[in-house]
Unconditional design. Structure first.
Length: 155
């Protein structure tokens, strides 16, 4: 695709995985009988990364595993333990992307809630005249309560 760059490719015995700046792709090679393979593409903007884990190889194991969830799909990819430095870099990148997705989602929720609250505030036709006259005081009290709560969370 236009402006898409490949950052990391992993090939296993049956599958291939590709991380780009736009999406994660999985070329599924489940069947050893058939040469047909299915290509799955998961756009990051629709499938947030979470639950990133790195399972290092033991003394007997020949591979390490990178595990993560992309949207609702779970992945566990075996990687030769000789590639441990690259695996660590991939782990760090996936973990950082996952944390960034959480923060974006948190900010999105705050924005949606704020928009909803502002919408409700402008629906003044349903309020009595006395309530409208008390709005500045109510807004100041609410702002103070929000600020107090935010300060409590910091501590």
């Amino acid at each position: 695709m236009d402006n898409e760059k490949i950052f990391f490719v992993i090939k296993s015995k049956t599958d291939e995985y590709c991380f780009t700046n736009v999406a994660f792709m999985h070329l599924d090679g489940k069947s050893a009988i058939s040469k047909k393979r299915m290509l799955y593409r998961y756009l990051y903007k629709h499938n947030p990364i979470k639950n990133v884990l790195l399972e290092t190889a033991g003394t007997v194991d020949l591979d390490a595993e990178i595990k993560f969830q992309l949207g609702e799909q779970h992945f566990s990819i075996d990687i030769d333990k000789k590639q441990i430095e690259k695996i660590r870099d991939l782990y760090k990148a996936l973990f950082t992307i996952g944390e960034t997705c959480k923060e974006i989602n948190r900010k999105r929720n705050v924005l949606l809630q704020s928009t909803d609250n502002v919408q409700k505030m402008f629906n003044l036709r349903e309020l009595s005249e006395q309530a409208i006259l008390n709005l500045p005081e109510i807004i100041n009290q609410t702002a103070q309560q929000v600020e107090d709560y935010a300060n409590q969370l910091k501590n």
